[in-house]
Design a protein around this ligand. Structure first.
Ligand code: GLP
Length: 244
């Protein structure tokens, strides 16, 4: 089993900067890289560091394509809680990527199964993902692959658990407005990425990070599958690593 590389940083900002450097080196090596991107608060320091690197002309995203992990069902890209909106506001509009080369699953498609198949086709046509960025949910989910799901699914529709809806309700006016379903790359899709970059920060993630990296490999902790991937780097702060 390949060893997961853990990069420890004093805080979330430094963890984000270190992870950003891995993406910058990848783009230097492969200017037309396909990046798998993620939403949530954990990736924000990475996106800020990438914005700074583009502004300083240290890197260019002109040849890069991106595919995002997941999207809520029923929220248009103009909704401020949609993941398309998040990506546009926090990264894409600040860097030199061609917006036409950025993909987020289509949670508004009337035929959601067709939207899932189309997303898999986009990834295949791009030649696969060179490096997939992941955050981790408090229950060990990656993307929106909730515990006890199938390890080998491709892009599919999921019903969100109450705990995930509860964790995300802070961004909505009330829990009733939090979507009940999402479209997400499956673990099978994620696992096919050539490299995986996991960002995990904050004391509240310490328990789940320990189960993901050192616990049994089980669909009850979806992120535990990463123990079987050949190229995973975890960027974590001291708070998240406090139980190691
Ligand atoms: C959401 C996203 C995940 C993300 C998780 C943790 O549920 N679908 O991709 O990893 O939240 O988010 P945060 O980084 O804000 O803790």
């Amino acid at each position: 089993m390949a060893r997961i590389k853990i990069v420890s940083a004093p805080n979330a900002l430094e963890a984000g900067k270190a992870a950003a450097e891995q993406f910058i080196s990848l783009i230097h090596d492969k200017p037309n890289a396909v990046l798998g991107l993620a939403t949530g608060s954990s990736p924000l320091p990475i996106y800020n560091a990438l914005r700074d690197a583009v502004a300083a002309k240290r890197v260019s995203f002109a040849g890069v394509h991106s595919v995002n992990l997941d999207e809520y069902v029923g929220l248009p890209g103009t909704h401020d809680q949609s993941y398309r909106y998040f990506m546009n506001e926090n990264l894409f509009r600040h860097i030199d990527i061609d917006i036409a080369n950025t993909y987020v699953p289509d949670g508004m498609n009337e035929d959601l199964d067709a939207a899932c198949d189309a997303y898999e086709q986009i990834i295949e046509d791009l030649g696969g993902v060179d490096a997939q960025l992941l955050g981790i949910g408090l229950n060990g989910h990656i993307g929106f692959n909730e515990p006890a799901g199938d390890f080998f699914k491709r892009t599919h529709i999921v019903e969100l658990t109450e705990s995930t809806r509860d964790a995300n309700k802070r961004f909505f006016a009330s829990i009733d407005e939090v979507p009940t379903h999402a479209i997400t790359m499956g673990i099978g899709t994620i696992f096919d990425a050539k490299k995986i970059v996991l960002i995990c920060t904050g004391a509240n993630k310490a328990v789940v990070l320990r189960s993901a990296l050192n616990g049994p490999i089980s669909p009850h902790t979806p992120a535990s599958i990463l123990q079987l991937h050949s190229d995973v780097t975890v960027y974590a702060d001291e708070a998240a690593l406090s139980l190691f």
